[in-house]
Design a protein around this ligand. Structure first.
Ligand code: DHB
Ligand code: FE
Length: 284
């Protein structure tokens, strides 16, 4: 991928291309369900439009902005920041899960990251090794605490400058991306680095949107994870760091108190944190 600069357009286009390549989205939505959803949706539009007396100028700005979002490939960015969190909540609530909380996937997941053993170091460059080292350890279990050997822990996150491999230029393809396989007891012990607080790409239409209400583009620093084991609910989640200035005003509204880590400084200068994952049984 020949990206020259880390612009919103470049990362948006890469996110759009990835999404189109890796998925053929399908939903078994019945016409009755579609009708019910659209009816409520348009009722909400109607109420908002009348309440705020939306002008024709505003209508045309929205139309023009939507065209720009599409042309810049930024729909995955905008939707994952402003909408995905509520879809995630609806799905957790509907299934009545009790295991580890999920959070949004965001636009930068890539499947098939290299397999790594339970005790491993994430793929990283020498410059990443100069960042604050983080040992991330724990166990994947069922909700009764039985270890799940052979579970996969997919981990992906931004580097110390806030860039994701495959979505920003000049980063090795699988940098800070891996599929860790737990040992027989479900344990993992991963060496990675503390990611930086993260600014969503904001030099394009997603950024204009944020500027229009004097908002900010920051997310707290985070690790992305997807935990899988056959027969169990796949958890897609994120973990954050205590003391981060953006825990309470994440632009993507994706922080949950259960997902905040408190890493402990070690004698060798690294930080260490233990975080377990409990998977619900997947219902048939
Ligand atoms: C976006 C980026 C992220 O890293 C994330 O976790 C969520 C959303 C985004 O730019 O849309
Ligand atoms: Fe992210």
């Amino acid at each position: 991928m020949a990206l020259e600069t880390a612009t919103a357009q470049a990362s948006g286009t890469a996110a759009t291309d990835k999404f189109k390549k890796e998925r053929a989205p399908q939903a078994d939505t019945s016409p009755e369900r579609a009708a019910a959803i659209y009816k409520d949706l348009f009722k909400a539009f109607e109420d908002i439009t009348l309440k705020h007396q939306i002008t024709y100028d505003e209508y045309e700005v929205v139309k023009w902005w939507m065209i720009q979002v599409g042309e810049n490939g930024e729909w995955p960015l905008w939707l994952d920041v402003f909408y995905e969190h509520v879809v995630e909540k609806a799905n957790y609530d509907r299934k009545g899960y009790t295991g580890t909380q999920g959070s949004i996937e965001g636009p930068y997941y890539v499947d098939n990251a290299p397999k790594l053993p339970a005790e491993c170091e994430m793929p990283m460059r020498d410059k990443d090794r100069e960042a604050q080292a983080l040992y991330f350890t724990g166990q994947v279990t069922d909700i009764d605490g039985n270890g799940l050997g052979g579970a996969t822990v997919e981990l992906w996150h931004a580097d110390e400058e806030g860039y994701y491999s495959q979505f920003a230029p000049n980063i090795p393809e699988w940098n800070l991306r891996g599929t860790i396989v737990t040992d027989d007891e479900g344990n993992y012990n991963i060496k990675t680095l503390q990611p930086a607080p993260y600014r969503i790409p904001h030099d394009g239409p997603t950024g204009w949107f944020i500027d229009s209400y004097n908002g900010h583009p920051w997310r707290p620093a985070h690790l992305h994870l997807r935990i899988k084991h056959p027969g169990y609910r796949t958890i897609t989640t994120q973990l954050y760091f205590v003391g981060d200035g953006h825990l309470d005003d994440d632009v993507a509204s994706a922080v949950k108190p259960e997902l905040v880590l408190d890493p402990q400084p070690q004698d060798d200068g690294s930080n260490k944190v233990v975080y377990p994952f409990a998977l619900d049984k997947e219902e048939n």
